[in-house]
Design a protein. Structure first.
Length: 313
């Protein structure tokens, strides 16, 4: 298979390109060449996607499939102008769903209106473009993608606790649902779909589990104290992301559906997932090997202060 990966220098798109090359596919990556390096064994076409695609992009084809992770409709349009005549695997997001409290998936979940400049609505526009113009299209809607190389720092917050036995904050309610997908598992599945070209829309999520199981898989020996949503909010702790946050934690019931989508359709379509403990272990190894890796969330000192505040409340 001759595969065009739009990107190929960071996290998911780089993992897709790397695994495709390892499988013996011919891989072309199109990018600006400013955000990192492409994996060994691939061909690179230099392209700033704010501009129309260069002649080199078509000349490097024809392609059997295209993988795109773009969030800007103009970037998708420019690519479709020259490589619409093949199968696209477009990586969208569960943020296209308008109701974060509802875990309903494709065909049932209400989507954002395709207007505005926010992430979810922009991805809706991108999905519509790909479906309307590509010869055929598979659309995947991942939730939280984690693993080695994660640039957000969200899962790194948890992975750095792998194997620790000390005090640890359990955010919110132990039975609140959470789900993640390892970037390596998602990339492998993307290649399966690029090869099979099923033309479907699926949520690209791993199995959902209680937050207590999530924390337990990462730090089974830790002494976990569960701090309620209202206490954390009262202490000024933010959910999800940011320097003052506890990543992956989302208050209930407003976000009951965001990390609770049904993984079975993806599993039925060939997704395979590794144990969360393995993802955490490998992510910690990456953190220890890369001093520039980002770790999000509150500091250990802030975590200790929260536990002290809870004990004396």
């Amino acid at each position: 298979m001759r595969l065009l990966v739009l990107g190929g220098t960071q996290f998911l798109s780089r993992e897709v390109a790397a695994q495709a090359a390892q499988r013996g596919h011919e891989v072309v990556c199109a990018n600006r060449g400013q955000s990192g390096t492409v994996p060994p064994g691939v061909t690179t076409v230099t392209w700033d996607r704010d501009e129309p695609a260069p002649p080199d992009l078509r000349a490097a084809g024809p392609y059997d499939a295209v993988v795109d992770v773009a969030r800007r409709p103009a970037h998708v349009r420019h690519a479709l102008d020259v490589v619409a005549d093949t199968h696209w695997v477009f990586v969208s997001t569960i943020s296209v769903y308008a109701d974060d409290s509802d875990p309903a998936g494709p065909g049932a979940g209400r989507l954002h209106e395709p207007v505005g400049e926010e992430y979810g609505p922009l991805k809706v526009v991108c999905e519509d473009l790909v479906r309307s113009r590509a010869t055929s299209a598979t659309v995947l809607r991942p939730g939280l993608i984690v693993g080695p190389g994660d640039p957000t720092g969200r899962f790194a917050y948890w992975a750095r606790r792998t194997g620790e036995a000390g005090a640890l904050v359990g955010p919110g309610e132990p039975d609140s649902l959470v789900q993640v997908i390892d970037v390596r598992d998602l990339a492998a599945w993307i290649l399966v779909l690029a090869e099979q070209q099923p033309g479907v829309t699926l949520d690209a999520v791993g199995p959902r589990s209680p937050m207590s199981d999530f924390v337990g898989a990462i730090a089974p020996e830790a002494a976990v104290t569960w701090l309620p949503d209202d206490f954390l909010a009262g202490q000024g702790v933010e959910p999800w992301t940011g320097s003052g946050s506890i990543p992956v934690w989302l208050p209930r019931p407003a976000y009951d559906g965001m990390l609770a989508h049904d993984a079975q359709p993806a599993l039925d379509a060939g997704l395979t997932v590794r144990p969360l403990a393995e993802t955490a272990r490998d992510t910690r190894a990456w953190l220890e090997s890369d001093p520039t890796a980002r770790i999000g969330g509150i500091t250990r000192e802030r975590e200790a202060a929260l536990l002290d505040a809870w004990r004396t409340a």
